[in-house]
Design a protein around this ligand. Structure first.
Ligand SMILES: Cc1ncc(COP(=O)(O)O)c(C=O)c1O
Length: 379
């Protein structure tokens, strides 16, 4: 199924450091919720229903209850056009297994969650990077040029974008969808940060724009429920979904009954939960802006969506060294740009309790003051 699977540096970093720091300012997900939080949202009968839940296998495509509530997020899709997966990670694996073959090319927005290009390479596909410009804009002419080189089976985007926080305008998304259609490519839009947006109007999901588009979602990022391991694929192309279900027979067979039950509750109460998680992200975004305004060591612009910000560091030490020192000496976890093959950048996440976030920022500033003599202006 996969040829040479490269290590996913981002996940390797988390496996080494992810659970050890007092102040985790690195994550890309909302603050986590508990089982009790969710059961409270669901009302007084939910606790008994959860305790009496049958722990048998669930259907390979997901329970109808979960697929129904997922489908309600799309204007045009029905529950039959949803495939539940074990997180967005399995959604990517199933889809790439079905779509990509040796000799194919895939255009991948860059930077992006590294397992996206790792999986594509492991399928034997040629990965063509489509970079986000330093000013945070996209270059559609460049995308067109990458498509003209031929053999492109799929274009992969992350929208809202992690780690930069870029939000496409509806017309930009339409233009990309049109280019994908023109070149007979599937447009895969990883929308795991959908719902966390700092602009007025929530962007429509991509899968509503045509049957050649697949949206990927999860309950990890916007809801803070990564431990449930529930994600999904959404598309009007049911042939692709059927083939993904066949691959799932070889990967996880199905999700867990408690995971699907609790994810369904979260999605049925999405408005309240998202408002709560968005408020946290907004508060931390403001805290970051206030704390960092007068400090030259980070060059940043605020994200329009998602839980992360991706500032450039002006320190002369590598960002990997900065992150190691922050971890060892200040118990602060920040992700180095190296894991995105973008040395010089740091990823900070807003999905943490604001008191913790503020305390972590103070430590970050204390660290920066300590190494201040190395700032370019001081040399
Ligand atoms: C953009 C993106 N897609 C997919 C995933 C995988 O998410 P999940 O935890 O739902 O498997 C991640 C995890 O960090 C991610 O950042």
């Amino acid at each position: 199924m996969l040829y040479r699977l490269p290590p996913c540096d981002l996940e390797r970093w988390y496996s080494q450091f992810g659970f050890g720091a007092r102040y985790n300012l690195s994550g890309s997900a909302a603050p986590s919720l508990t089982t009790m939080d969710l059961l409270h949202y669901a009302g007084p009968d939910a606790i008994a229903a959860y305790l009496e839940l049958n722990l048998n296998y669930v259907p390979v495509d997901g329970t109808l209850r979960l697929r129904t509530t997922i489908a309600q997020q799309y204007a045009t899709l029905t529950p039959e056009q949803i495939q539940v997966t074990t997180g967005a990670a399995e959604a990517l694996l199933l889809l790439f297994t079905v779509l990509l073959h040796p000799g194919d090319a895939v255009v991948v927005q860059f930077p992006i969650y590294p397992s996206i290009y790792g999986l594509a390479e492991a399928r034997g596909a040629e990965v063509r990077r489509w970079p986000i410009l330093p000013n945070g804009q996209i270059d559609l002419d460049h995308l067109h040029m990458l498509l003209q080189q031929g053999k492109v089976r799929a274009i992969v985007l992350n929208h809202p974008h992690g780690p930069t926080g870029l939000l496409l305008t509806p017309s930009e998304l339409m233009a990309i969808a049109q280019l994908a259609a023109d070149y007979n490519a599937t447009l895969i839009v990883d929308e795991v940060y959908r719902g966390i947006q700092f602009t007025d109007e929530l962007t429509a999901p991509a899968a509503d724009l045509g049957p050649h588009i697949v949206s990927i979602g999860d309950v990890a990022k916007p809801y803070g429920l990564g431990g449930l391991r529930i994600g999904w694929l959404a598309t009007a192309d049911t042939q692709v979904l059927d083939r993904c279900a066949e691959v799932r027979d070889y990967t996880t067979l199905c999700s867990t009954a408690p995971g699907e039950f609790l994810a369904a509750i979260a999605l049925e109460h999405r408005t309240g939960i998202l408002a709560r998680q968005l408020a946290v992200a907004q508060q931390n975004r403001r805290l970051f802006s206030v704390a960092m305004t007068d400090h030259e060591w980070l060059d940043w612009s605020l994200p329009d969506g998602g839980f992360t910000i991706f500032p450039r560091s002006q320190l002369r030490r590598s960002t990997a060294t900065t992150c190691h020192e922050l971890y060892e000496r200040y118990s602060v976890l920040v992700l180095p740009g190296e894991v995105f093959t973008m040395p010089g950048y740091l990823r900070l996440g807003f999905g943490v309790d604001p008191d913790q976030f503020a305390a972590g920022l103070e430590r970050l500033l204390a660290y920066a003051a300590h190494v201040d003599r190395e700032l370019p202006h001081a040399s």
